[in-house]
Design a protein around this ligand. Sequence first.
Ligand SMILES: [Zn+2]
Length: 518
Amino acid sequence: MKRALLAAFVLVAAPGAGAVSAQNFATDDAVLRSIWTEAMDYSEVERLAQVLLDSVGPRLTGAPGMRAAHDWAVRQYGAWGIEARNEQYGTWRGWDRGITHIDLIEPRVRSLEGMMLAWSPGTNGRNVEGSVVILPEFSNPAAFRAWLPQVRGRFVLTSYAQQSCRPLRQFEEFGMEGALEKARDERQAGMRAWNARIQSTGLSMNDLRLALEGAGAAAILQSNWSNDYGVNKIFNTNTTRTPTIDLGCEDYGLVYRLAENDQSPKLRLRADARFTGEQPTFNTIATIPGSEKPNEYILLSAHFDSWDGGSGATDNASGTVLMMDVMRILKKVYPNPKRTILVGHWGGEEQGLNGSRAFAADHPEIVEGLHASFNQDNGTGRVVNISMQGFVDAGEYFGRWLGRIPSEVTQHIALGIPGMPGGGGSDYASFVCAGAPAFNLSALNWGYGTYTWHTNRDTYDKLVFDDIRNNVALAAMLVYLADEEPEKIGRTQRMLPPTNDGQPRTWPQCREAQRAAP
Ligand SMILES: [Zn+2]
């Protein structure tokens, strides 16, 4: 009875699905209270993520999904009454992923889990059938060249075949004494031996693919297993006529063992891909203009592009919808900021921070007037680390701000003071290098490295919305509190410690954006 009454009271006091109260949140600041209510009880992160990930899908640079996502974001900001635009910064090689379908057809039938790497050519509307050959180890590059004609019309296996597709933690949990060490040693030795086999061709992996293509291979097969259940990382290939296909760990092992044991596997592949020429690349920029200091800026930052093995949920739809919901909330509860509030949904991050580097180069006035920037890009988890990036004055500001944010949010956060300037990794580096105070809201990883980062499993279901809501409240409050500061954060840089080998360390240099595909 008591429980029911309490629940009813909470629902009345804080309407909405979440009904989360900030229990230790003693503030009489109306804006902070409104941000909390909006972030927790009227959150739009689920709705935004569902449309972006399920309907728009992955956002590979130069692909139609990226363009559709930019247009969707501008429309969504428009619906909130926020000015937004797509700003072209360059072009990239256009590529439209179609279906990949690959089957084992002999000695038995099984449809295999496989997909083209990004920018792979397809099979030109045909089914391609062929036998399988494993890349052997060669005594020298001449032996490789003598062997090479054998690949014509065949599927070539170019990766190590794992003995087991179980993650190592299972050997630790269930194995007998020494099972973990044995499995780990076997895996490492196997990988080393396979790398030696690649080296025995005298070629890098990229050049090996081109040699196989030149010799008329039907397809190049690989398996970039991510050491976790059913997870492969899906990157790009450099072939232009021969499809490059990634197979799941189990199916790659099946085909490999059949070939190794002379059981004559035969495969059939249908892959559709369209090269669409140089396509424009964009950043989506949304703005809430400043009322008192319009030439000073607070910049929210999250890259918008993704790899396309999954749908780019934790890399980086999580950061994207986080920043979008922050903008929605600020427009509603803090519509007349003193400084101009911007968000950059960057294109081309995965090819080298290209969107944000181009933006920083194209807008020196924003870099010059930047008060603070908050970037998020390492998964769906709650923020647990914020480095001051070597700006000696920043710690005082963050200490003051976190002191006014609910402990539900701040209890997880470690501040790195004075921190080290980040030279890469994500888009904050495009501003830190110019001496502008940009910070990364670094998240708890939730298995990011093996489970979702650039994998075929980076999908909607992996998002942890309670953690994202936590981050929405944090980022919106940081923007508000930063805007209330009378003075911009100082740009004094720390004395940098020497490198590990005793060399003097210098502040990271800004690098030029790549404004077209190489
Ligand atoms: Zn990312």
